[in-house]
Design a protein around this ligand. Sequence first.
Ligand code: HMG
Length: 438
Amino acid sequence: MKRPVEGFSKLTKEQKIDWLAKAYFYDDENAVYVLKQYWNEDTQLQKLHDEFIENTISNFYLPFAVAPNFLVNGEYYTIPMTIEESSVVAAASKAAKFWQKRGGFIAKVIDTEKIGQVHFMYSGDKSRLQTFFTYIKPQLIHAVKDITKNMEKRGGGIIDIELRDKTEALTNYYQLHATFNTLDAMGANFINSCLEQFAKTFKAAAQDYSEFTSSEKDIQIVMSILSNYVPNCIVHAEVSCPVEALNEDRLTPHEFAEKFVRAVAIANAEPHRAVTHNKGIMNGIDAVVLATGNDFRAVEAGIHAYAARDGQYRSLTQASIENGIFRFWIEIPLALGTVGGLTSLHPLVKIALEILDKPSAKELMQLVAVAGLAQNFAALRSLITSGIQKGHMKMHLFNILNQLGATEEQKKLIAHQFKDKTVIHSEVVAAYQQLTSN
Ligand code: HMG
């Protein structure tokens, strides 16, 4: 019987599992068995994972894979990817193999500015607020010296603080809009600590500011938080080659290039297609962001906002044919870190970063953008030639057979049957049923 629980967080892991199994499972022994099956025998490693989040009762595995042969800015990379969906890693690998023979990927970070905001309400005279802000700005920067001094020593810190009047969007609403350079750190804690201090200093100084009327002194701080929308933390990645080099089985190079450019144009023009097109890009981006211990929710939110920056949700990639040259590129905002957070805690994240030769945040931005571009190339290449199902379902075959409970021998036999055929779920089920009924 499902019921609420008091003080759950204070229970031990065993007690939490016991409560859950009894409250939610008819076969509680099996539930306990499955949850514990995923515990790591290494108790230190398990404890580390337990402490990443709260109320941990087990581990949730995702496959950790690598896609080799990425030639980026003249260097070879093997890209680690963490994802549950079949065909993504194969597609990335196939795209990498294709482009390594055509000059590889060129990637460049355009800017790395991060953003944080103190949101506040003020109902007084606007020009007096502006004068107060100009007066207080040096004090705001001074008030966070203890937080910023190490970042400044490394070459980063606060770029600027602006007062922004948002009263057209919401009555009495203003912001302190601050920009930061957080170097190799994603910077969320650094930015939030600075913002919270700005808010305290700003409010306290307003109360003592003699030019304000008594009601103007009462500035209401609503919240202080970084923004995951970072349109000035941008990376560009691209591939290009003569159209003649786009040899494909089913289409001439010119047909392929033109159809490809049209497919991208459709994603630019039509939001339903743009969402799926960008989902395919995120297959690559999320997988590398996750493998390298970065915050994929922040990346997703920021990238999708960027895709809609002109008011319509559009493709994150662009393609063109000019003077016989096919060009395909991506430009996305990415706030990533290669120090701090999970990057120094999770053993597999450390391995992922070592595979990438311990990249700086800028280098990681380039590789993540390249993974997104490669993924989009592979998906579009399939979509405009064979269709997506052929390759995707070829990779998915073993998942279907595992769902059916096929033995290794049965899997081998059925895989052989589908070697040169498009995999269709119902046909795999029929093949399995025929095999097991014999
Ligand atoms: P294929 O031509 O059958 O592969 O492609 P192949 O067996 O000829 O092998 C060629 C290369 O592909 C290999 O080279 C590998 O690099 C890679 P090799 O290693 O032999 O030197 N490869 C593999 N890598 C690892 N494990 C494997 C494997 N097989 C091939 N088992 C493939 C098959 C799936 C790669 C191709 O059909 C493809 O790229 N399809 C696109 C799949 C895709 O985009 N999947 C994402 C999921 S679908 C989706 O969510 C997004 C979508 O909706 C987005 C959109 O609409 O835009 C489509």
